[in-house]
Design a protein around this ligand. Structure first.
Ligand code: PGA
Length: 253
């Protein structure tokens, strides 16, 4: 049984003090909810103080991006090595906003996944198509290309430590979520791809999340789908009450 995952992607929102006061509210509210994996991905600035405050609780933290080199002259970048030193557990890799606004390629995604695994960070690898690609019937082809490029030279053992997120670009921040059956269809395709390119055991083991306009009122139906193991939430993860409500729903799903 895969444990449901609720991951909040805060993007470029919340000061350090706002991030810490969010934690103050959700730690007691989520304390007894052990049937769900709770992850928050704040800005780099908030990672260290939040990691300190979340120590010993069931709230895990993730970065929103990483650089693949261990250290070096890469002005403005933060590496998996530096992040994992804080006791952070996850890193989002290949989010469509990184691919779109910052020209991240599948090759970069691949380098980042390898570095994250090397430094004991669990990558949350995002894949998904644009509206135009969906309307042209290219969803599977786009997702398959992103998977093949992102996982190039990643072995069976490493692949088993990855969390995947299907995030159709047209559903992100638009209020227009994929239907639960759209999410199920693509996520089961990803699982099949993993079973063909790795093996059945790995495909059954890895969590595959859905992301794109997830809110308290649609999370239940998404999680009810057989292959949807959790959600990556942007906007609705920024408010304590809606975040807690979604964690509670996942805990009984
Ligand atoms: P959204 O963002 O929930 O605001 O659509 C999801 C994401 O970008 O991961």
């Amino acid at each position: 049984m895969r444990k449901p995952v609720i991951a909040g992607n805060w993007k470029m929102f919340k000061t350090v003090s706002e991030s810490l006061s969010f934690l103050d509210k959700i730690i007691p509210a989520c304390k007894s909810l052990h049937k769900v994996e709770i992850i928050i991905c704040p800005t780099f600035l908030s990672l260290a103080p939040m990691a300190e405050k979340a120590k010993g609780t069931n709230i895990l933290l993730g970065a929103q991006n990483t650089h693949w080199e261990k250290e070096g002259a890469f002005t403005g970048e933060v590496s998996s090595y530096l992040i994992s030193d804080l006791g952070i557990n996850y890193a989002i890799i290949g989010h469509s906003e990184r691919r779109g606004y910052f020209q991240e390629t599948d090759e970069w995604v691949n380098n980042k996944i390898k570095a994250a695994l090397n430094f004991n960070l669990n990558p949350i690898v995002c894949v998904g198509e644009s509206l135009e690609e969906r309307e042209n019937g290219q969803t599977r082809k786009v997702v398959e290309t992103q998977l093949a490029g992102g996982l190039n030279d990643i072995d069976l053992n490493q692949a088993g430590s990855i969390t995947f997120a299907y995030e159709p670009i047209w559903a992100i921040g638009t209020g227009r979520s994929a239907t639960s059956s759209d999410a199920q269809e693509v996520i089961s395709f990803i699982r099949r791809w993993l079973s063909e390119n790795y093996n059945m055991e790995t495909a059954q083991k890895v969590p595959i999340l859905y992301g794109g306009s997830v809110k308290p009122d649609n999370i239940g139906s998404l999680l009810a789908e057989k292959d949807v193991d959790g959600v990556l939430i942007g906007g609705a993860s920024l408010k304590e009450d809606s975040f807690i409500e979604m964690v509670q729903i996942a805990n009984i799903s």
